[in-house]
Design a protein around this ligand. Structure first.
Ligand code: SF4
Length: 379
Protein backbone atom coordinates (compact mmCIF):
# COMPACT_ATOMS: atom_id res chain seq x y z
CA UNK A 1 0.00 0.00 0.00
CA UNK A 2 1.20 3.51 -0.84
CA UNK A 3 2.42 5.76 1.97
CA UNK A 4 0.02 8.14 3.65
CA UNK A 5 0.66 11.87 3.76
CA UNK A 6 -1.04 14.91 5.19
CA UNK A 7 -1.98 17.58 2.65
CA UNK A 8 -2.09 21.24 3.69
CA UNK A 9 -3.57 23.99 1.53
CA UNK A 10 -2.86 27.58 2.48
CA UNK A 11 -5.54 30.22 1.93
CA UNK A 12 -3.82 33.52 2.76
CA UNK A 13 -6.76 35.94 2.82
CA UNK A 14 -7.97 37.79 5.90
CA UNK A 15 -10.51 40.54 6.46
CA UNK A 16 -7.99 42.51 8.54
CA UNK A 17 -4.57 41.75 10.01
CA UNK A 18 -4.62 40.96 13.73
CA UNK A 19 -2.03 43.02 15.63
CA UNK A 20 0.03 39.98 16.69
CA UNK A 21 -0.13 38.11 13.37
CA UNK A 22 3.07 37.02 11.66
CA UNK A 23 1.46 34.38 9.45
CA UNK A 24 1.45 34.74 5.68
CA UNK A 25 -1.91 36.41 5.25
CA UNK A 26 -3.16 39.46 3.40
CA UNK A 27 -6.02 41.85 3.99
CA UNK A 28 -7.78 43.81 1.27
CA UNK A 29 -6.85 41.55 -1.66
CA UNK A 30 -9.83 39.23 -1.74
CA UNK A 31 -10.26 39.98 -5.44
CA UNK A 32 -7.24 37.72 -6.03
CA UNK A 33 -9.00 34.66 -4.60
CA UNK A 34 -10.06 33.27 -7.99
CA UNK A 35 -6.67 33.53 -9.66
CA UNK A 36 -5.14 32.11 -6.46
CA UNK A 37 -7.51 29.15 -6.68
CA UNK A 38 -6.39 28.59 -10.28
CA UNK A 39 -2.76 28.71 -9.14
CA UNK A 40 -3.37 26.17 -6.35
CA UNK A 41 -5.05 23.82 -8.80
CA UNK A 42 -2.16 24.25 -11.21
CA UNK A 43 0.31 23.52 -8.41
CA UNK A 44 -1.55 20.26 -7.72
CA UNK A 45 -0.76 19.25 -11.30
CA UNK A 46 2.90 20.21 -10.83
CA UNK A 47 3.08 18.12 -7.66
CA UNK A 48 1.20 15.13 -9.06
CA UNK A 49 4.47 13.23 -9.50
CA UNK A 50 5.13 13.32 -5.76
CA UNK A 51 1.58 13.22 -4.38
CA UNK A 52 -0.01 11.00 -7.00
CA UNK A 53 1.37 7.77 -5.57
CA UNK A 54 0.49 8.59 -1.94
CA UNK A 55 -2.65 8.25 0.12
CA UNK A 56 -3.97 11.45 1.65
CA UNK A 57 -5.09 10.62 5.16
CA UNK A 58 -5.67 14.19 6.30
CA UNK A 59 -6.45 17.40 4.44
CA UNK A 60 -6.19 20.76 6.19
CA UNK A 61 -7.40 24.01 4.64
CA UNK A 62 -5.67 26.65 6.74
CA UNK A 63 -4.92 30.32 6.61
CA UNK A 64 -5.35 33.13 6.75
CA UNK A 65 -9.08 32.89 7.04
CA UNK A 66 -10.30 30.30 4.53
CA UNK A 67 -13.90 31.06 5.50
CA UNK A 68 -13.80 34.56 4.00
CA UNK A 69 -13.25 33.28 0.48
CA UNK A 70 -16.13 32.31 -1.75
CA UNK A 71 -17.33 28.77 -0.98
CA UNK A 72 -17.04 27.97 -4.68
CA UNK A 73 -13.27 28.52 -4.34
CA UNK A 74 -12.98 26.04 -1.45
CA UNK A 75 -15.30 23.68 -3.29
CA UNK A 76 -13.21 23.79 -6.48
CA UNK A 77 -9.95 23.19 -4.57
CA UNK A 78 -11.31 20.21 -2.62
CA UNK A 79 -12.91 18.81 -5.75
CA UNK A 80 -9.55 18.87 -7.52
CA UNK A 81 -7.86 17.15 -4.59
CA UNK A 82 -10.38 14.31 -4.78
CA UNK A 83 -10.14 14.15 -8.58
CA UNK A 84 -6.35 14.04 -8.72
CA UNK A 85 -5.26 12.18 -5.61
CA UNK A 86 -6.14 9.14 -3.50
CA UNK A 87 -7.95 10.54 -0.49
CA UNK A 88 -8.68 7.94 2.20
CA UNK A 89 -12.35 7.28 2.74
CA UNK A 90 -12.06 8.15 6.42
CA UNK A 91 -9.75 11.13 5.82
CA UNK A 92 -9.89 13.94 8.35
CA UNK A 93 -10.76 17.10 6.39
CA UNK A 94 -10.44 20.34 8.37
CA UNK A 95 -11.09 23.95 7.51
CA UNK A 96 -10.15 26.95 9.65
CA UNK A 97 -12.94 29.45 10.09
CA UNK A 98 -13.28 32.71 11.94
CA UNK A 99 -16.40 33.79 13.81
CA UNK A 100 -18.64 36.08 11.86
CA UNK A 101 -17.33 34.91 8.48
CA UNK A 102 -19.60 31.87 8.11
CA UNK A 103 -23.30 31.26 7.67
CA UNK A 104 -25.55 28.20 7.73
CA UNK A 105 -25.33 28.29 3.94
CA UNK A 106 -21.54 28.04 3.62
CA UNK A 107 -21.25 25.64 6.57
CA UNK A 108 -23.75 23.41 4.77
CA UNK A 109 -21.64 23.68 1.61
CA UNK A 110 -18.50 22.73 3.58
CA UNK A 111 -20.26 19.68 4.96
CA UNK A 112 -21.54 18.59 1.58
CA UNK A 113 -18.06 18.78 0.00
CA UNK A 114 -16.63 16.43 2.60
CA UNK A 115 -15.24 18.75 5.28
CA UNK A 116 -15.71 16.92 8.57
CA UNK A 117 -13.79 19.05 11.06
CA UNK A 118 -13.89 22.78 11.84
CA UNK A 119 -11.26 24.81 13.62
CA UNK A 120 -12.72 28.08 14.92
CA UNK A 121 -10.45 30.95 15.97
CA UNK A 122 -11.97 32.52 19.07
CA UNK A 123 -8.81 33.44 21.07
CA UNK A 124 -10.54 35.16 24.02
CA UNK A 125 -14.02 35.47 25.45
CA UNK A 126 -13.85 39.17 26.39
CA UNK A 127 -14.69 41.56 23.57
CA UNK A 128 -12.34 44.20 24.97
CA UNK A 129 -9.43 41.73 24.75
CA UNK A 130 -10.44 40.68 21.23
CA UNK A 131 -10.44 44.34 20.20
CA UNK A 132 -7.10 44.98 21.89
CA UNK A 133 -5.41 42.25 19.82
CA UNK A 134 -7.07 43.35 16.59
CA UNK A 135 -9.62 40.57 16.12
CA UNK A 136 -12.64 41.54 14.05
CA UNK A 137 -15.29 39.51 15.87
CA UNK A 138 -17.05 39.38 19.23
CA UNK A 139 -17.63 36.35 21.44
CA UNK A 140 -21.36 36.56 20.62
CA UNK A 141 -20.46 36.08 16.95
CA UNK A 142 -18.34 33.11 17.94
CA UNK A 143 -21.26 31.50 19.81
CA UNK A 144 -23.48 32.11 16.83
CA UNK A 145 -21.02 30.52 14.38
CA UNK A 146 -20.43 27.62 16.77
CA UNK A 147 -24.17 26.95 17.15
CA UNK A 148 -24.69 27.17 13.39
CA UNK A 149 -21.92 24.61 12.88
CA UNK A 150 -23.64 22.23 15.30
CA UNK A 151 -26.98 22.86 13.61
CA UNK A 152 -25.46 21.88 10.28
CA UNK A 153 -24.15 18.67 11.86
CA UNK A 154 -20.44 19.23 12.50
CA UNK A 155 -19.48 16.87 15.30
CA UNK A 156 -15.74 17.53 15.41
CA UNK A 157 -14.95 21.13 16.30
CA UNK A 158 -11.77 22.73 17.58
CA UNK A 159 -11.69 26.12 19.28
CA UNK A 160 -8.41 28.07 19.20
CA UNK A 161 -7.64 30.13 22.30
CA UNK A 162 -4.72 32.33 23.28
CA UNK A 163 -3.38 33.23 26.68
CA UNK A 164 -0.66 35.59 27.82
CA UNK A 165 -2.37 38.56 26.16
CA UNK A 166 -1.32 42.03 27.34
CA UNK A 167 -3.66 43.12 30.17
CA UNK A 168 -5.30 39.68 30.35
CA UNK A 169 -6.09 38.58 33.90
CA UNK A 170 -6.20 35.07 35.28
CA UNK A 171 -9.91 35.62 35.94
CA UNK A 172 -10.54 36.48 32.28
CA UNK A 173 -8.61 33.42 31.15
CA UNK A 174 -10.55 31.11 33.46
CA UNK A 175 -13.81 32.64 32.25
CA UNK A 176 -12.72 32.06 28.64
CA UNK A 177 -11.96 28.40 29.34
CA UNK A 178 -15.19 27.86 31.27
CA UNK A 179 -17.34 29.52 28.64
CA UNK A 180 -15.80 27.45 25.85
CA UNK A 181 -15.95 24.19 27.82
CA UNK A 182 -19.64 24.80 28.51
CA UNK A 183 -20.26 24.65 24.75
CA UNK A 184 -18.59 21.23 24.59
CA UNK A 185 -16.19 21.39 21.60
CA UNK A 186 -14.32 18.15 20.95
CA UNK A 187 -10.94 19.89 20.84
CA UNK A 188 -9.42 23.03 22.35
CA UNK A 189 -6.03 24.54 21.48
CA UNK A 190 -4.42 26.95 23.95
CA UNK A 191 -1.54 28.93 22.48
CA UNK A 192 0.77 31.20 24.40
CA UNK A 193 0.86 34.59 22.62
CA UNK A 194 4.24 35.21 21.03
CA UNK A 195 4.92 38.85 20.22
CA UNK A 196 7.02 38.51 17.07
CA UNK A 197 9.27 41.20 15.69
CA UNK A 198 7.78 43.02 12.71
CA UNK A 199 4.20 42.81 13.97
CA UNK A 200 2.25 45.93 14.99
CA UNK A 201 1.99 44.51 18.50
CA UNK A 202 5.78 44.31 18.75
CA UNK A 203 6.02 47.97 17.76
CA UNK A 204 3.46 48.81 20.46
CA UNK A 205 5.59 47.00 23.03
CA UNK A 206 8.78 48.73 21.87
CA UNK A 207 7.00 52.09 21.88
CA UNK A 208 5.77 51.48 25.43
CA UNK A 209 2.08 51.51 24.43
CA UNK A 210 1.46 48.05 25.85
CA UNK A 211 3.24 45.83 28.32
CA UNK A 212 3.66 42.09 27.70
CA UNK A 213 2.23 39.89 30.40
CA UNK A 214 4.74 38.84 33.04
CA UNK A 215 6.24 35.35 32.85
CA UNK A 216 4.74 34.11 36.14
CA UNK A 217 1.16 34.98 35.20
CA UNK A 218 1.72 33.48 31.77
CA UNK A 219 2.92 30.16 33.27
CA UNK A 220 0.07 30.17 35.77
CA UNK A 221 -2.39 30.56 32.89
CA UNK A 222 -0.94 27.52 31.15
CA UNK A 223 -1.11 25.41 34.31
CA UNK A 224 -4.66 26.60 34.97
CA UNK A 225 -5.71 25.59 31.46
CA UNK A 226 -4.15 22.14 31.82
CA UNK A 227 -5.83 21.50 35.18
CA UNK A 228 -9.22 22.92 34.20
CA UNK A 229 -9.41 21.15 30.85
CA UNK A 230 -8.23 17.83 32.30
CA UNK A 231 -10.91 18.05 34.98
CA UNK A 232 -13.47 18.52 32.19
CA UNK A 233 -12.38 15.38 30.32
CA UNK A 234 -9.95 16.90 27.80
CA UNK A 235 -6.62 15.08 27.48
CA UNK A 236 -3.55 17.22 26.96
CA UNK A 237 -2.16 15.15 24.10
CA UNK A 238 0.29 17.82 22.96
CA UNK A 239 1.74 20.77 24.82
CA UNK A 240 -0.88 23.21 23.48
CA UNK A 241 -3.63 20.83 22.43
CA UNK A 242 -6.45 19.25 24.40
CA UNK A 243 -9.03 16.80 23.11
CA UNK A 244 -11.87 14.63 24.27
CA UNK A 245 -11.04 10.92 23.80
CA UNK A 246 -11.09 10.00 20.11
CA UNK A 247 -10.82 13.59 18.84
CA UNK A 248 -7.10 14.28 18.60
CA UNK A 249 -6.23 16.19 15.44
CA UNK A 250 -4.81 13.57 13.10
CA UNK A 251 -3.34 16.16 10.74
CA UNK A 252 -1.26 17.77 13.47
CA UNK A 253 -0.35 14.42 15.03
CA UNK A 254 1.29 13.55 11.72
CA UNK A 255 3.49 16.68 12.08
CA UNK A 256 4.41 15.73 15.64
CA UNK A 257 5.25 12.20 14.51
CA UNK A 258 7.58 13.85 11.99
CA UNK A 259 5.49 12.22 9.28
CA UNK A 260 5.35 13.16 5.60
CA UNK A 261 3.27 16.10 4.44
CA UNK A 262 2.91 18.33 1.42
CA UNK A 263 1.76 21.94 1.50
CA UNK A 264 0.26 23.79 -1.44
CA UNK A 265 -0.12 27.55 -1.76
CA UNK A 266 2.05 30.50 -0.86
CA UNK A 267 4.41 29.97 2.08
CA UNK A 268 3.31 26.35 2.47
CA UNK A 269 5.95 23.94 3.78
CA UNK A 270 6.47 20.31 2.86
CA UNK A 271 8.51 17.41 4.20
CA UNK A 272 8.71 14.23 2.19
CA UNK A 273 11.32 11.54 1.56
CA UNK A 274 14.06 13.34 3.55
CA UNK A 275 13.53 16.64 1.70
CA UNK A 276 12.03 19.73 3.25
CA UNK A 277 10.94 22.65 1.09
CA UNK A 278 8.97 25.87 1.33
CA UNK A 279 6.96 27.65 -1.34
CA UNK A 280 7.52 31.33 -2.12
CA UNK A 281 5.69 33.32 0.50
CA UNK A 282 4.45 36.39 -1.39
CA UNK A 283 0.91 36.01 -2.68
CA UNK A 284 1.57 37.74 -6.00
CA UNK A 285 4.96 36.11 -6.55
CA UNK A 286 3.41 32.70 -5.87
CA UNK A 287 0.66 33.38 -8.43
CA UNK A 288 3.12 34.79 -11.01
CA UNK A 289 5.56 31.90 -10.62
CA UNK A 290 2.84 29.32 -11.16
CA UNK A 291 1.25 31.16 -14.05
CA UNK A 292 4.72 31.26 -15.66
CA UNK A 293 4.75 27.45 -15.40
CA UNK A 294 7.47 27.39 -12.75
CA UNK A 295 7.41 25.42 -9.52
CA UNK A 296 7.00 28.03 -6.75
CA UNK A 297 9.80 26.81 -4.55
CA UNK A 298 11.71 29.25 -2.32
CA UNK A 299 13.89 26.90 -0.35
CA UNK A 300 14.78 23.22 -0.24
CA UNK A 301 17.05 21.16 1.98
CA UNK A 302 18.04 17.57 2.48
CA UNK A 303 17.40 16.27 6.00
CA UNK A 304 20.24 14.01 7.07
CA UNK A 305 19.66 11.06 9.38
CA UNK A 306 20.98 12.75 12.53
CA UNK A 307 18.78 15.79 11.97
CA UNK A 308 15.76 13.61 11.27
CA UNK A 309 16.35 11.67 14.50
CA UNK A 310 16.62 14.90 16.48
CA UNK A 311 13.48 16.32 14.86
CA UNK A 312 11.60 13.10 15.57
CA UNK A 313 12.53 13.48 19.25
CA UNK A 314 11.84 17.21 19.35
CA UNK A 315 8.38 16.86 17.82
CA UNK A 316 7.40 13.57 19.47
CA UNK A 317 8.30 14.77 22.94
CA UNK A 318 5.70 17.51 22.60
CA UNK A 319 3.02 14.81 22.71
CA UNK A 320 1.73 12.97 25.75
CA UNK A 321 2.45 9.66 23.99
CA UNK A 322 6.09 10.62 23.57
CA UNK A 323 8.39 8.87 21.11
CA UNK A 324 7.55 5.23 20.42
CA UNK A 325 10.66 3.06 20.78
CA UNK A 326 9.60 0.42 18.26
CA UNK A 327 8.69 2.96 15.57
CA UNK A 328 11.95 4.82 16.16
CA UNK A 329 13.97 1.62 15.68
CA UNK A 330 12.01 0.67 12.54
CA UNK A 331 12.57 4.13 11.08
CA UNK A 332 16.25 4.62 11.90
CA UNK A 333 17.59 1.09 12.35
CA UNK A 334 18.96 1.91 15.79
CA UNK A 335 17.41 1.50 19.22
CA UNK A 336 16.25 4.78 20.71
CA UNK A 337 18.05 4.06 23.97
CA UNK A 338 21.26 3.23 22.13
CA UNK A 339 21.16 6.64 20.43
CA UNK A 340 19.92 8.81 23.30
CA UNK A 341 20.37 6.66 26.45
CA UNK A 342 22.74 9.12 28.14
CA UNK A 343 20.29 12.03 27.70
CA UNK A 344 17.27 9.96 28.72
CA UNK A 345 19.01 8.77 31.90
CA UNK A 346 20.06 12.30 32.80
CA UNK A 347 16.61 13.82 32.23
CA UNK A 348 14.83 10.91 33.96
CA UNK A 349 17.04 11.35 37.03
CA UNK A 350 15.98 15.01 37.11
CA UNK A 351 12.29 13.99 36.96
CA UNK A 352 11.85 15.64 33.56
CA UNK A 353 11.25 12.49 31.57
CA UNK A 354 9.61 9.05 31.84
CA UNK A 355 11.33 6.10 30.22
CA UNK A 356 8.62 3.44 29.80
CA UNK A 357 8.89 0.04 28.21
CA UNK A 358 7.45 1.27 24.91
CA UNK A 359 8.12 5.03 24.80
CA UNK A 360 9.99 7.98 26.25
CA UNK A 361 7.86 10.93 27.36
CA UNK A 362 8.33 14.30 28.98
CA UNK A 363 6.87 14.53 32.51
CA UNK A 364 4.56 17.35 33.61
CA UNK A 365 7.60 18.89 35.29
CA UNK A 366 9.52 18.56 32.01
CA UNK A 367 6.76 20.32 30.06
CA UNK A 368 7.41 23.42 32.21
CA UNK A 369 10.99 23.59 30.90
CA UNK A 370 10.39 21.93 27.55
CA UNK A 371 12.92 23.92 25.53
CA UNK A 372 15.74 23.00 27.91
CA UNK A 373 14.68 19.35 27.68
CA UNK A 374 14.63 19.34 23.87
CA UNK A 375 18.00 21.06 23.56
CA UNK A 376 19.59 18.03 25.24
CA UNK A 377 18.78 15.95 22.14
CA UNK A 378 20.59 18.24 19.69
CA UNK A 379 23.06 16.32 17.52
S1 SF4 B 1 -7.13 35.83 11.40
FE1 SF4 B 1 -5.29 34.58 11.77
S2 SF4 B 1 -4.12 34.68 9.87
FE2 SF4 B 1 -5.65 36.32 9.79
S3 SF4 B 1 -4.60 38.12 10.54
FE3 SF4 B 1 -5.62 37.19 12.31
S4 SF4 B 1 -4.09 35.81 13.19
FE4 SF4 B 1 -3.39 36.35 11.14
Amino acid sequence: MADSIGLYIHVPFCAKKCLYCDFTSYAGVLDKQYVYKDAIIKEMGMRANIIGNKHISTLFIGGGTPSIVDTTVINAIIDEVYKNFHVDQNAEVTIEINPGTVSVKNLTDYKSIGINRLSIGLQAWQDELLKAIGRIHTSAEFVNSYNEAREVGFDNINVDLMFGLPQQTIGQWIRTLQAVVSLGPEHISCYDLQIEEGTPMHKMVVGGDIKPLDENTDRLMYKTATALLRSEGYERYEVSNFAKPGFRCRHNLNYWHNGPYVGLGCAAHSHLDHIRWANVSGLQSYIDTILDDNIPIAFEEYIDRDTEMFETMMLGLRTSEGVDKKLFEERFGIRLYQRYGHVIDKLSAMGLMHNDESAVKVSDKGVDVLNSVLVEFLP
